[in-house]
Write a protein that binds this ligand. Sequence first.
Ligand code: GLA
Length: 724
Amino acid sequence: MSIFFDKSQNIFHLSNNEISYIIGIEKEKYLTHRYFGCRLKGYHKINQLQTIDRGFSTNPIGEERTFSVNTLPLETSTQGSLDYRVSNYQFRNIEGNHITNFVYDRFEILEEKLILKGLPSLRGEKEQTLAIYLVDHVQLLEMVLYYTIYDDLPVITRSVEYKNNGEKAVYIENAGSMLLDFSRCDFDLMTLNGAHTNEATIHRQSLHPGIQKIGSTRGTSSPQHHPFLGLADKYTNEDQGDVYGFHFIYSGNFIAQAEVEQYGSTRIQIGINPENFEWKLIPGSNFQTPEVVLNFSDGGFNQLSQTFHKLYQTHLIPKQWQQEERPILLNSWEGNYFDFTERDLIRQARIASTLGIELFVLDDGWFGCREDDTTSLGDWNVNKEKLPNGIEHLADSIHQQNMKFGLWFEPEMISVKSHLFKMHPEWSLQVPGYPQTQGRQQLVLNLSLPEVQEYLIGILVKYLSSNKIDYIKWDMNRHLTEVGSFHLPNDQQKEVSHRYVLGLYRILIEVTEQFPKVLFENCSSGGGRFDPGMVAFMPQTWTSDNTDALCRSKIQFGYSYLYPPIMMGSHVSDSPNHQVGRITPLESRFLIAMSGNFGYELAIEELSPQELDVIRDQITFYKSHRSLLQFGQFFRLKEIDAAYSTAWLFKNETEALLVYFNGLAQPAQKIQYLKTKYLDEASDYKDMSTGEIYSGSELNHAGILIPRIKGDFRSFHTHWTVIE
Ligand code: GLA
């Protein structure tokens, strides 16, 4: 890996064994994007910049009419002059102007990965960072573009720091994290979109002239649009072709856009959503943006996903969880909702323990007067009617069953019907004179307030200091409205959304660092805030409130483009399913849940003895393959088809496991051989149910016959061990 400045050509060349990223300096002023893709051994500007005298083009004074910034492929935009494409930033000065004129000033190479203060970012080991400084000499503003190249992965990270070295305050109206121009537009744009209970559907469509954008103004990254853009060649498929993945490490409002402009280039821009955002940059201060991950694959979507999985497992989640096996859990929610007593829970835990379950999670309903979702958020004291002996006593009883104990919190929320609201109505987000909006009958605490941050840290520290809580599910079940704060002056009200996210990160940093052994599960009504920002603190996320096996196969399939299965909470729930009413076999529910971070969430006392036996066997099976399922590589084998069938594969050095989920049974079932594609060609594999031995190459290329499947939503698995 290296970052090299070639003075003779005025270019920066960032490269490792797999990729090159090249930035040019034109006329000593403008930063151009010259190349991003497979590693180049050398670069001599073969892809010359086009200089044509174009109608309606702009030219800096003193330059030829053939030199126009507005047609150059750039690394950052200009604003208010020279360039008309979407911008990465916008300032407003005290005089009310938006114009700036940033030009190249200098660079620096840092011998480390830049770690962002107060924001989640990727860790590094031996990485280097290029810092390129641009200066607006009129207002003495500075913009630093940061680029880190990873040593062992085809990954670059980018972020920007905006600084005010002048004497007057300026307002940043748009603080983008990255921009780059590709000199072509024949790409497909990939996004992950959805809704509550229907997260992460992959969409792929041709880019067309104009701006195509996704984003969130909801205060969180949202289940509607994932903060990710992919740009794929037309012919790219799972195993072939070029694809770029841009992923934003941020948990609040974002924008991710692609602009196809008049001469067929494509601009990518990602950052905090400028709608409802502004930041007052007082003299001497700076603003650091969140980070974007740029991942390049010349081996299709599979290679892109392998990189993301490895990157996030090794450089994003808290270090102590990298190799730590995750327990099989029983979550109380779908089995009890709000209706339980201590005795119920202890009985359920006893059954769970005999089945081999390792963690008992008490979900919503344990605090205040919480009998339904209309009250008590904010009152984090135990409900004595349900749990007369308190949380610690319950935790002790669970520990006595040889299980860990986990507890649900929704720290960011406040119910109007709560003691906290009576004491501190001003702590909820609000704008004076306007009614507050409820969502799930609750309001949102103003996490930008330092006193609210302190209060929440205090609550969590108090519970965790007992040393009896091994796991926390951190939920967040509505989006932000009336985003204002009394503690900020009028001209800083648009800072609140970002300050909310910074407040959230501050709480998470303090609590997770103080209690490194506690396993945190991220949740926002499922995958409503499943983003790399949250993953940096919480190594697993409740993927969706939809626990139906068929729906889950699609949701987990979508998220698998970016996250490995160990990060996706997935539970076996009751049938008929509570969200969609579908009846599915226990075997299928198990195979889908087992393909994620595994647990159960059902009325355990209502299971028949036969079902309990099956579950006991499932748990034994899972435990004997846990290392494969949690730390092995995951491969998608079959895109979900019209009958909702799909297949995937887990693999490590010693074993492999294939899961086939068959949606709707078909008449006249077609002959189908499923190729495992990714097994080691040189190894032999023993089918553990038949004892037959096959070569990896025949499994990969000739494939296994899909058996006749009768009945809907059935599935099967095949397990092989590698023969030495
Ligand atoms: C959200 C979560 C669920 C459950 C409920 C409790 O919907 O996603 O898993 O915790 O809240 O109210």
